[in-house]
Ligand binder design. Sequence first.
Ligand SMILES: C[S@@+](CC[C@H](N)C(=O)[O-])C[C@H]1O[C@@H](n2cnc3c(N)ncnc32)[C@H](O)[C@@H]1O
Length: 467
Amino acid sequence: MQEKIRKNRESIPIQKNQEYIVEIIDQGMDGEGIAKIEQFTIFVPNVLIGEKVKILIVKVLPTHAFAKAIEIIVPSPHRVKEDCSSYPRCGGCNLRHMDYETTLDFKQNKVENILQKTFGKEKIKVQKTIGMGNPYYYRNKAQYPVGQDKNGELIWGVFAERTHTIIPIRDCKIQDEQSEQIAYAIYQFLKSKKITAYDETKQIGYVRHIVIKIGKNTQEIMCIIVVNGKELPYQQELVDMLVQRFSHIKTIIQNCNTKNTNVILGTENHILHGDGYIFDILGDYTFKISPMSFYQVNPVQAELLYNLAIEKAELTKEDIVFDLYCGIGTIGIFAAKYVKKVYGIEIIEQAIADAKENAKINQIHNIEFFAGDVEKILYKKLLEKNIFPDVVIVDPPRRGLDNHTVQNLLAIEPRKIVYISCNPATFARDIQVLTEKYEIGEVQPVDMFPFTSHVECVAVLELKNYQ
Ligand SMILES: C[S@@+](CC[C@H](N)C(=O)[O-])C[C@H]1O[C@@H](n2cnc3c(N)ncnc32)[C@H](O)[C@@H]1O
């Protein structure tokens, strides 16, 4: 064994801390460049296919290595000047060195490659990614960690990629600009009052995160201050300052999170100002958004995605539709006017409370919502009561569908399944199982998260031999 490891090591054609000149021949799932030296794979972030690059090897593993680019010798015509001072350290974007059109091609290729690995070559057609006219400042939700630097000074910003090191962020190109202004004002206030940040290792101190949600089409702002406990010194002064300086702030919430966890929000909220929620408008509809409810972070593309999903579903007035993983009921509410009845299921109780109110606000009477885990309550609340769908829309989190739900879908055989996914890997896994009874139509990627390597896609699965 020892001998085998030694031999393997000897056959590795590169060494740590050595420089090499390579050509970038491919791209990985997160947009990182791939080079080969004597067939040995090296991953190099922030480089583009076709570039000739001087690299420094930073880590060598038995099967591949990681390097950083120290000089771009021959740049790609698709390289653009990076427009953010926190890039690439910040984990928010990873494609800011690429022109926008190329990022869209990259996302289409990414989905194609994943599907090819599962289904073989050219079995499923992947359309060109639908991009944004203006792919800047698109996000409606920002989450800024607050901490102390090594001198004990209060800092705020974003986590450097794959770490909990806070780095400063200024003029982020994907967030609504107001988020940063509000977070900076809170930071200055905390600093002036010497209010401490939460220390992850010692688990002491007050403020953990500042979370800002903005209704892009109403300009209503929710500000959430995540605190390690119920107490926040100078709380009223902070609220007064924010409301006075930022007239769009409709509600301020103190969220208590005392757990030693990476999850940003705790389960307990205290309303410090306003009603505890904001509204946004998507298409013809108004949506109430609470602190714990999921709401798509890019409303321009969300509206496009919902309309696309509904168009692809070819709904009829006789259809019963299930909207699984429905959040605050957005897709179901968009679909309701085309069908007989919609049933939505979502695990977060507060989101279901919002969904029910959203149906009322928008005067949608043919929709019903249930709070609970799709895996557990799809059968109990609907199937057991002989309520069966003609069309099922699923929009699960990144982990995709659980096996039980996939089996339920195969058993009840809806005419169509519209699968909306934010993770092509779990999407491919799930639709492969569903091919037992379904034909997969073309897959449409949508650029929900410009300049990041993430991609949303939607596909319609049609029941084979449907009469
Ligand atoms: C990608 S979001 C989609 C939400 C909604 N369709 C939209 O467009 O706003 C996924 C949703 O699934 C919910 N969720 C996660 N796991 C769930 C489960 N096991 N059962 C039901 N809902 C779940 C999340 O809370 C989240 O609201």
